[in-house]
Design a protein around this ligand. Structure first.
Ligand code: 0RA
Length: 659
């Protein structure tokens, strides 16, 4: 036995020779997972931690897709353990012929054993999540599975993948289903705290992607007055409901989303789409319920079918007769929200994050599905069809205006020499991987930051007040905006130059850390959100590649005599006041300064608290769920006030101070 096996067995309090030769083989499988967890679940941080839950839910979803399960209950328990209960057939518990062991034990302890006992049923989970529940078992300090099947209730428990005892037949039961309860291993994960909103977003997606299944999410932590937090996610109309949810704060161009569902060459294709009056393309794609944010063949099929069908219709209708310039693919997707979902038996995932579908046969299927759906729709809805074509022409017109604006900018830059914005205080180092640029709110804080920085690696770009809200602006205004121009020219990249894609050339990026530094108040958060919106809509790769950070200046300086303490939270503040105040002298000698703005700090203070790589706290911006991020940006930057207020009240950390 390897060292790791020894350790597992000991931790599970088992005599080490209890398990025969075949169990060693089992342990070797799960040992690989424990040695390289990131290879199986992506990473060992927040994302990987949540991944465990998705993996377990996926098994229940499979059971539901097979037609045996209607309800899935996910619970976050008080200690950050998770339980997932379904009302399916229950994992089989009988002994297997080959191993002579309970099928349940095999499912839980052998890599990729999940579907082995399932003959002929429709089962498509795979890809990113399809690593199997045994991985969750390997990476959990404790797992308990309750199976309700054949009129009995069975139990087996495990620790770090090792069974603590053979499957037990506990009692009679009339229930049918499976409950998996697990506690992630604290020696594996860097964080153990589940984020309710992250799980809710995934569960919500699943409810839209698999209509008719009722998913419940309950949070037993921080219970107030005996009220647990609980939400039910259920969609009757699938992707049509998804579109309505995503576009809740946008103004639709046509009354109802277009929606189809069907099979093409044995590949189930479901898609829904709706044009709105915004200028953003907002297309989300899924394969086997996994968000393929790098796209792939299904997305190409969708685009191809959409462009060809609309172009044909527009040509035939004569609406294009006055248009003097070419209309390109992008123009057909401006202001379009769409979700494409396919189920593929053996998906090939490619790309940097393995979220790009490679199967060529899927392209034609989706292309055909879109063409049929759209052709029917356009013929049956001439009024809506006209609105859509006019919208496309408007997009093409704006694109031409935007190109002119961009060409102007480029010409100016060529004439102006180096082409870096005059306001940028650049760093001396040329190696982009170690360089940082701070986007700073206001000229005065910008000045302080210039004095306080490490000139070698830190550049400062002061921004004047609120930047343009790109969510509401047409793209030529975005290229025209002075502050936005300053941002992308300082970064060394171009935006929207390739006519058919918004892909950004990350190799030209001049700084690998782009740090947004704004005041710790409501205005500062607003400015940070405007900048993030710009990045999200025009340079999403910058976020996806992990280059975007938010600086966190302190909220308070607590002083007593020569003792100074910076505080970032209310809790920090209370502790610092208690500690400094408990010394000799009077409770009144403690001076509390609330930092309202970066400008209240001098250069040394700003360096020490917010910019010094050795001491500062930077928050890295990541996208957990692209569909939800899109919805939140559109809501935060849109016209509808009540949902924005509700979101801010729920999420803001400054609200209690500034209110
Ligand atoms: C294999 C075979 C059968 C059920 C399952 C797997 C199953 C697995 C999970 C995981 C979570 N919930 C689940 N529910 C069912 C049933 C085979 C049969 O009864 O014939």
């Amino acid at each position: 036995m390897s060292e790791l096996d020894q350790e597992n067995v000991e931790k599970a309090n088992l005599p080490k020779n209890d398990y025969g030769a075949d169990s060693i083989q089992v342990l070797e499988g799960l040992e690989a997972v424990r040695k390289r967890p990131a290879m199986y679940i992506g990473d060992i941080n927040e994302r990987g931690l949540h991944h465990l839950v998705y993996e377990v839910i996926d098994n229940s979803i499979d059971e539901a897709l097979a037609g045996y399960c209607k309800n899935i209950d996910v619970e976050i328990l008080a200690d950050n353990s998770i339980s997932v209960l379904d009302d399916g057939r229950g994992i089989p518990t009988g002994l297997t012929e080959k191993e002579g062991k309970s099928a349940l034990e095999i499912v839980m302890t052998v890599l990729h054993a999940g579907g082995k006992f399932d003959k002929g049923t429709y089962k498509v989970s795979g890809g990113l999540h399809g690593v199997g529940v045994s991985c969750v078992n390997a990476l959990s300090k404790a797992v308990r599975v309750d199976v309700y099947r054949d009129g009995r209730h069975y139990v087996q428990e495990y620790s770090r993948g090792v069974p603590l005892y053979d499957v037990k037949d506990v009692e009679p039961s009339s229930y049918s289903g499976t409950k998996v309860t697990f506690t992630p291993d604290d020696t594996v994960f860097s964080t153990l705290v589940y984020n309710y909103d992250t799980l809710a977003a995934r569960v919500r997606d699943l409810s839209f992607l698999n209509k008719g299944i009722k998913l419940t999410l309950t949070d037993h932590r921080n219970v107030v007055d005996g009220n647990v937090k609980k939400e039910i996610f259920f969609s009757e109309n699938g992707l049509k409901d998804f579109i309505k949810y995503l576009d809740a704060t946008r103004e639709p161009l046509t009354p109802d989303p277009i929606h189809i569902e069907g099979e093409k060459n044995d590949i189930p294709v479901e898609l829904a789409m709706q044009y709105n009056t915004s200028f953003n393309e907002n297309v989300h794609s899924y394969v086997n319920n996994i968000n393929t944010h790098e796209g792939g063949t299904h997305l190409s099929g969708f685009r191809r079918g959409l462009t060809r069908t609309l172009k044909n219709y527009a040509d035939k209708s004569g609406l294009l007769s006055k248009v003097k310039f070419e209309i390109v693919g992008d123009d057909f997707r401006e202001g379009l929200t769409a979700v494409v979902s396919v189920k593929v038996q053996e998906p090939q995932f490619e790309g940097q994050t393995k979220t790009k579908l490679g199967n060529n046969e899927v392209l034609g299927c989706v292309d055909q599905a879109v063409s049929e759906m759209l052709n029917n729709y356009l013929e049956e809805h001439p009024k809506e069809a006209k609105l859509i074509v006019e919208k496309v022409i408007l997009a093409a017109t704006a694109r031409h205006a935007a190109r002119k604006a961009r060409e102007m900018v480029q010409r100016k830059t060529i004439m102006g020499g180096a082409g870096l914005p005059g306001k940028l205080a650049d760093c001396s180092e040329k190696n982009a991987t170690v360089c940082e640029v701070f986007l700073v709110e206001g000229d005065s804080a910008g000045g302080t930051a210039k004095q306080g920085r490490d000139r070698k690696i830190q550049a400062i770009l002061p921004l004047r007040g609120k930047i343009l809200n790109v969510e509401k602006a047409m793209s030529h205004r975005v290229f025209d905006s002075e502050e936005i121009k300053n941002i992308y020219t300082a970064l060394g990249v171009t935006i929207g130059t390739e006519e058919d894609s918004k892909a950004l050339n990350m190799e030209k990026l001049r700084y690998h850390k782009v740090v947004i530094m704004t005041d710790a108040d409501v205005d500062g958060s607003h400015i940070a959100t405007l900048i993030l919106t710009f990045f999200f809509r025009f340079m999403r790769e910058l976020i996806e590649c992990g280059h975007v950070y938010i600086a966190t200046p302190p909220l308070y300086l607590i002083k007593k005599g020569k003792n100074e303490r910076y505080c970032w939270t209310e809790e920090d503040r209370a502790n610092a006041v208690a500690q400094l105040g408990s010394g000799s002298g009077n409770e009144k000698d403690v001076h509390i300064q609330r930092y309202k703005g970066l400008g209240e700090m001098n250069a040394e203070q700003l360096w020490a608290t917010t910019m010094d790589p050795a001491q500062r706290i930077l928050r890295k911006v990541s996208i957990n769920n692209a569909a939800e991020a899109d919805r939140v940006f559109s809501m935060l930057m849109g016209d509808d006030v009540p949902p924005r207020r509700e979101f801010i009240e729920k999420n803001a950390t400054y609200a209690n101070i500034d209110a």
